[in-house]
Design a protein around this ligand. Structure first.
Ligand SMILES: *Cc1c(COP(=O)(O)O)cnc(C)c1O
Length: 393
């Protein structure tokens, strides 16, 4: 099937992998809170619809349902659910890299991604180069043909909202024999589908927009069809490691993410509407010195964002005159809750330098200390703007 023949996004979100339960006809996938399954004979798993399970680390029906939904939304060949976004990232690194390999990472990656690559992968012999992924020449220079195994792209990035050109970077990565991984946490498959633009793997923190209600921690990997560049099937490689390392989500967490994904399209539209209203307000405020939002024409890679994204998302970062100013704003909002994480229905504000990105202080990935990050929720836009107006004074 070509991409214009497949059902629309919300139809897939609500139906992919979610046929009525074969045992009872339940319309919503049940929470199969179970660890093991009765077998028909020694070494003979039950066959037929909804069967074939042996042990819930290897597979669980609630998780299978979520994994099918994830693959359908990202238009990939197979989806894998993990216990957190970082567990998913670790799964990719360990499934695909071996000592001596090299990885290109964004110079403003999510702090936990950098910590994983620097403090866990590097001691195991996997080297990395941080690079400005908005600069294609810099990416070309950073890639080492034959040695770079992964180019790791986050777009837009957390917290500077930098945008990288997925199709162009896929070409550079592939020309050097590397695979392209895209962290699609901020955009979600509703706003962009990296696998259709040439990426090999997509990774998510489903804790964020996918779950969407700040009530679950989870991660996901979705892969394209085909091999991993070293003679193995990409999907089999991730599946093997998911089971061998065991960082899987439980049935209830799988169910919560699945339930969140069903409303992703309507939530994202509202997140985008509200973010546009907030940007408009911030533009008029004298205490805001710079707004980082891919939807602004003056954003460094606005053209790329407009080409590869449907809209520009619910995350906004802005700079103020000083660290004191940034901290004062973070402390003065009432409706925007001061907190880490993002992508939930409720609006959040944070100071990346001292909160989510404290672990990159002193590194190449350090973020400006006058930066404020907003995760714009789906409350009424007038109330959000009023809260920022009183906080900024
Ligand atoms: C939160 C986040 C992660 C890590 O996910 P967890 O679910 O917290 O482990 C990875 N990438 C991005 C862009 C994130 O925002």
């Amino acid at each position: 099937m070509t991409s214009d023949q497949i059902p629309g996004f919300s139809t897939r979100a609500i139906h992919a992998g979610q046929e009525a339960d074969p045992a009872t006809g339940a319309v919503v996938t049940p929470i199969y809170q179970v660890s093991t399954y009765k077998q028909d004979g020694v070494g003979a798993l039950r066959t037929g619809l909804g069967t074939g399970y042996e042990y819930s680390r290897s597979g669980n029906p609630t998780r299978t349902s979520l994994e099918t939904q994830l693959a359908a939304l990202e238009q990939g060949a197979a989806g894998f659910a993990f216990a957190s976004g970082l567990a998913a990232e670790d799964g990719i690194l360990r499934a695909l890299c071996r000592p001596g390999d090299h990885v290109v990472i964004p110079n403003d990656a999510y702090g936990g991604t950098y910590r994983l690559v620097k403090k866990v992968a590097e001691p195991w012999g996997v080297e990395h180069s941080p690079v400005d992924l908005a600069d294609l020449d810099a990416v070309r220079d950073a890639v080492q043909p034959g040695r770079t195994r992964l180019v790791w792209l986050e777009t837009p990035t957390n917290p500077l909202l930098t945008v990288g050109d997925i199709a162009a970077i896929a070409e550079i990565a592939h020309a050097a024999g590397a695979l392209l991984v895209v962290d699609n946490t901020f955009a979600t498959p509703y706003l962009q589908t990296p696998l259709t633009l040439g990426a090999d793997l997509v990774v998510h923190s489903t804790t964020k927009y996918a779950g969407g209600h700040s009530d679950v921690v989870g991660g996901a990997v979705v892969v394209r069809d085909g091999d991993d560049g070293r003679g193995n099937s990409l999907a089999e490689r991730i599946a093997f490691h998911q089971n061998a390392m065991g960082a899987v989500p439980g049935p209830f967490d799988s169910w919560l993410v699945q339930r969140g994904l069903k409303t992703l399209a309507v939530r994202m539209e509202r997140h985008c509407d509200n973010a546009e209203r907030v940007v408009e307000f911030l533009q008029s405020h004298p205490r805001v010195t710079r707004i980082l939002y891919p939807g602004l024409p003056e954003h460094r890679n606005h053209d790329v964002a407009a080409k590869q994204m449907k809209r520009f998302g619910g995350m906004i970062s802005f700079r103020t005159a000083s660290v004191e100013d940034a901290l004062a704003v973070c402390g003065a909002t009432e409706l925007f809750t001061l907190g880490e994480s993002l992508g939930g229905v409720e609006s959040l504000v944070e100071h990346p330098g001292k909160m989510t990105h404290a672990s990159v202080a002193g590194s190449l990935l350090e973020v400006p200390d006058d930066l404020v990050r907003l995760s714009v929720g789906i409350e009424d836009a007038d109330d959000l703007v009023a809260d920022l107006a009183q906080a900024l004074g």
